[in-house]
Design a protein around this ligand. Structure first.
Ligand code: SF4
Ligand code: SF4
Length: 214
């Protein structure tokens, strides 16, 4: 008998007031929604083959060891916005200190007590990284040790998500967006999350520099 496969539906995040104020925010939230739908579909395919998703809340070896995390310009703006506008209380203070002290070689600066503090706005690269069958060992990068256990994202969703970010770069027409994706336009703009100067974000959290534009 076939076991029923279940995996939570992807949900489009909603911040109605902020989306009215920030024209770019719905583009980013739509992009993440499409990406999450694609990830769900790819995960369900593998679950239905009898594989087990190893990723779970609290499992964070990947965030500790990955030092190359591609992030697109609109995603960086999204992180700035989320951190400045939405994070409150003790976790905000912890993050501010962590961003100030961050140096290359340390775990991701957004990892606090084994949890991604910007989880709703984590970049596409983090959303796409899912591992099957057994959790990563301390220090293991399954991309090298057992690539067959790493989820391969479905290309059409991945491209659609990238395409939805293009209006941020002034590329709005459908045909032009299609062409830009084909030519890998966004690849030329990608940054490594670990190499971004997050001290600037820490300063903005302290109110030293106003606004979220970098
Ligand atoms: S990628 Fe590996 S370390 Fe990260 S959540 Fe999944 S199983 Fe855990
Ligand atoms: S942004 Fe979040 S999910 Fe991505 S590596 Fe950092 S802590 Fe992990």
């Amino acid at each position: 008998m076939n076991k029923k496969i279940s995996y939570p539906e992807a949900k489009r995040l909603r911040f109605p007031e902020d989306e009215k104020k920030n024209k770019w925010l719905p583009w980013l939230l739509d992009a993440y929604f499409v990406a999450d739908k694609g990830i769900r579909e790819a995960i369900i395919k593998r679950l239905s083959r009898g594989e087990r998703l190893a990723c779970a809340k609290g499992c964070s070896n990947c965030c500790e060891i990955h030092s190359t995390i591609p992030v697109y310009p609109l995603e960086v703006v999204g992180i700035y916005w989320y951190v400045i506008e939405k994070l409150k209380g003790k976790s905000r203070d912890r993050l501010r200190r962590q961003l100030k002290e961050f140096v290359l070689g340390k775990p991701c600066p957004f990892l606090i007590d084994g949890v991604c503090i910007i989880h709703p706005m984590r970049p596409l690269a983090c959303r796409h990284f899912n591992v099957f069958n057994k959790p990563c060992e301390k220090g293991e990068d399954p991309y090298y040790t057992r690539r067959h256990d790493v989820l391969v994202p479905i290309e059409k969703y991945k491209n659609k998500a990238l395409s939805l970010m293009l209006p941020f770069h002034g590329i709005t027409q459908r045909a032009k967006r299609k062409q830009a994706i084909k030519e890998g336009y966004l690849n030329s703009l990608v940054q490594n999350l670990h190499e971004i100067d997050w001290k600037k974000l820490a300063s903005r959290m302290e109110g030293k520099i106003l606004g979220i534009n970098m």
